[in-house]
Write a protein of this length. Structure first.
Length: 766
């Protein structure tokens, strides 16, 4: 043992004790470390041969000190007054003097240099060694605590806007004990619970909210979107069943039907007395709705339509509400009159009687269990010559006259088709708003856990919240900023939809398609990050992230596959919002060149390209210019590529197919620019100074993090140099560090009911 008569005879030997302790306490002593210490000992001429042998006997890797002995070494060192002692040499020297008593001892100056060289070669941080022997080690990382540099209520009011009263009303309902989460013993039990919840929501008038007064509604479409978004803090199966019943089924009757349909159906739809479905998607035709094969053949003699599934690929698949509860459906089918195909139209088709018996000619199969949303009864529907009366055609945009002739105020089949679908674009607003609520919930759980969960910490100090770790901040702070960014962008989209004119229809449809894709991809990625950031706790169902992940996963293909939708956005950008952008064989696709693809190169001067000044990197104008430059450059490049392919003889369909990846980038850059513009606009319009400062910081983080993600592109384009790219990365790190202070307050501003969060790891710390 180091504690022996050798130490009593020569107290100067104590100078080695801190070094010995640091080596053995850190890990197993390696052969290299033992050899380094032996060399240090051999160099000391003031040591006798016997003392050297004794010291070296404690450096055999195969014979470590016993735990009790190691603790005794530490106890000896801890008796020192460690303040002012900067490294292992100083601590050892002080220890030796303490045990020498009144006898003054000294060491050669070369010994300090020998110690420092040995510590360096062994990988020891000598100046931090004293923290092994003291408690209360404080560092920058330990000092960071949660703060609230703004009024949370004012931030919540900013987020809620003019919908605050309705949001509170919905939150009060879903916070009731009857809406408490529960475990289910069967699929049937879960589905019945979700139906019961939807019935309860309809009693509060939420289902009919967007319908006319005579149908029990408030004629408030904005309110309906708000209800969907707020409900999404709760069970998402409930949200989707709610959306199928009142959004897809109800809105299709409302927007595609006329007065007779409204009077006959809307009131019962809004009260959930008449559960229904939206039967568009077919097994063989998902995104390509115009290619649907289900037929609706008109019989002029009997004034009826016959709905028929001509082959298995034409069956209606994945239809919500179909497996158990749906009594009627809006069915999209090709209208056939006297053998002539008049394109896809919509019809109300009965599925079941009020007591649940299947209508003759209708066959429905249960889709069974899914990855998520198992409270929704999805089914597959086959029609075998199902006859419906003439008035069941939803005839706002097309009808069959009393003489049996097809009539429409819109002569073009394509234009009529897209006008019809355009009225249903609300689904592409509801889904991303639902997704962002689920993402906010996941971020709230993960960030609270990051504040509550403590581990590691500096030597001699206490464990610190994992939210103080830079990498953890990197994982969660940029998504928090982006959640705020998307929130404001979706408010902008909603308002544009509500105020739309016919001339803006295509622009709004493209914007809705793009933001739906952008927000749902963001939700999928962020909820996975939240799961991982919570470790094994995030994998437990009790902490809800699994349900949020599984239930929102299908959002990326709900209301259209995201990749397909992003191509739609790109084609819209390329064709100056041409009404029939769905037609691949258009001859005027390059008309945009003059007005849409003008790229400015004035920013690519050496000063801007290399500038790393903080005030420049945080400047809103720099951010927006960078986003616009990327958008315009990619747009121009895509157009030139398509033009080149077609001029070389390639069919336009093939040209688009070859350029699909490029087209998705066009759409991505466009949506990123829209999101940033709306975020900056919100910052500039925010009156409360503290809230403005908080969201300005989030806006800067969103912008720089997006530029950082696209840094390879900017470097390729010569828009910035490596020195600037590195500076941006550093600035993102710093912004994450700063946003971390307000992170809990920023999630509190979401105002998610605690009963909806319902995750043990997210219980708020006092």
């Amino acid at each position: 043992m180091l504690r022996s008569d050798k130490l009593n005879k020569n107290p100067k030997l104590y100078i080695f004790l801190p070094l010995y302790y640091s080596l053995w306490a850190d890990s197993e002593l390696t052969t290299t470390e033992a050899e380094g210490m032996q060399q240090l000992i051999e160099k000391q001429l003031w040591l006798s041969a016997e003392e050297k042998k004794w010291l070296q006997s404690h450096l055999e890797p195969s014979k470590p000190p016993k735990p009790k002995e190691l603790k005794s070494w530490k106890a000896i060192i801890q008796k020192l007054e460690l303040e002012g002692l900067t490294d292992l040499y100083e601590i050892g020297k002080s220890l030796a003097q303490q045990h020498a008593g009144d006898t003054e001892i000294s060491f050669e100056e070369s010994l300090k240099e020998d110690f420092q060289q040995t510590e360096l070669s062994l990988g020891l941080l000598s100046k931090e060694a004293k923290y092994n022997f003291k408690s209360g080690h404080e560092t920058i990382s330990t000092e960071y605590k949660k703060e609230s540099n703004f009024d949370i209520k004012k931030m919540a009011a900013l987020l809620d806007g003019n919908q605050a009263e309705l949001i509170q009303k919905v939150k009060q309902v879903i916070s009731q004990p009857s809406f408490a989460y529960r475990e289910y013993d069967s699929l049937t039990e879960q589905r019945e619970q979700v139906l019961t919840w939807c019935q309860e929501l309809s009693k509060h008038g939420f289902g009919a909210w967007a319908f006319p007064d005579y149908a029990g509604g408030k004629n408030d479409m904005e309110g309906y979107f708000t209800i969907m978004e707020t409900l999404s803090y709760h069970d998402l199966s409930m949200v989707i069943k709610f959306g199928v019943q009142f959004g897809l089924w109800g809105m299709s009757v409302y927007f595609l039907g006329t007065g007779k349909h409204h009077r006959n159906y809307l009131k019962d739809i809004g009260s959930l007395k008449l559960p229904g479905c939206f039967a568009m998607t077919e097994t063989g035709h998902g995104s390509n709705v115009r290619g649907l094969e289900t037929t609706a053949t008109y019989d002029h003699k009997n004034k009826t339509f016959t709905i028929h599934t001509p082959n298995p690929d034409a069956r209606k698949e994945y239809i919500g509400n179909a497996a158990l509860h749906g009594q009627m459906a809006t069915v999209f089918a090709k209208l056939i009159i006297d053998g002539e195909d008049y394109g896809v139209n919509a019809f109300i088709v009965p599925l079941r009687t009020t007591d649940g018996k299947m209508i003759p000619g209708v066959r429905i199969e249960d889709c069974g269990r899914k990855m998520g949303l198992n409270g929704v009864d999805n089914g597959v529907i086959y029609f075998d010559q199902v006859v419906i009366p003439k008035e069941n055609m939803l005839d706002k945009y097309a009808s069959v006259s009393e003489e049996g002739e097809f009539e429409s105020s819109i002569s073009s089949d394509n234009r009529r088709f897209f006008t019809m679908l355009g009225t249903l674009v609300g689904g592409r607003i509801g889904i991303p708003r639902s997704a962002i609520s689920a993402t906010k919930t996941g971020l709230t759980i993960a960030i609270r856990h990051g504040e509550n969960r403590k581990q590691f910490g500096p030597e001699g100090g206490e464990e610190i919240p994992i939210l103080n770790y830079r990498m953890h901040q990197r994982r969660l702070m940029p998504p928090l900023a982006e959640a705020y960014a998307i929130h404001f962008a979706l408010k902008y989209l909603t308002q544009k939809f509500l105020d739309r004119t016919e001339a803006e229809a295509m622009e709004i449809e493209a914007l809705a398609a793009g933001l739906k894709s952008y927000a749902t991809w963001f939700a999928t990625a962020t909820l996975q990050e939240c799961r991982e950031a919570c470790g094994g706790k995030g994998y437990l169902s009790e902490n809800r992230i699994d349900a949020l992940k599984n239930d929102t996963d299908v959002y990326t293909t709900f209301e259209g596959d995201n990749t397909v939708l992003m191509q739609l956005v790109a084609k819209n950008r390329l064709t100056e919002f041409r009404r029939e952008f769905g037609d691949m064989n258009i001859s005027t696709i390059f008309n945009f060149v003059v007005s849409q693809a003008r790229t400015s190169f004035t920013e690519k001067n050496p000063i801007i390209v290399r500038s790393t000044a903080t005030e420049h990197l945080l400047d809103f104008e720099f951010h927006l210019n960078a986003f616009r430059y990327r958008e315009n450059s990619i747009l121009s490049s895509a157009a030139q590529r398509l033009k080149r392919h077609i001029e070389q003889g390639m069919d336009s369909f093939d040209a688009f197919n070859v350029a699909q990846h490029h087209l998705v980038n066009v759409a991505q850059a466009y949506i990123e620019r829209i999101v940033l513009e709306q975020f900056q606009k919100q910052v500039n319009e925010t009156e409360d100074e503290s809230c403005q400062m908080a969201i300005a910081q989030l806006c800067q983080l969103y912008a720089l993090h997006t530029i950082e993600k696209n840094s390879a592109w900017y470097l390729e384009q010569g828009y910035m140099e490596g020195v600037k790219s590195k500076a941006i990365r550093k600035e993102v790190n710093q912004l994450c560090w700063e946003v971390r202070k307000n992170a809990l307050a920023l999630t509190d501003a979401f105002g998610i009911p605690e009963s909806c969060i319902s995750a043990p790891i997210a219980v708020k710390s006092i």
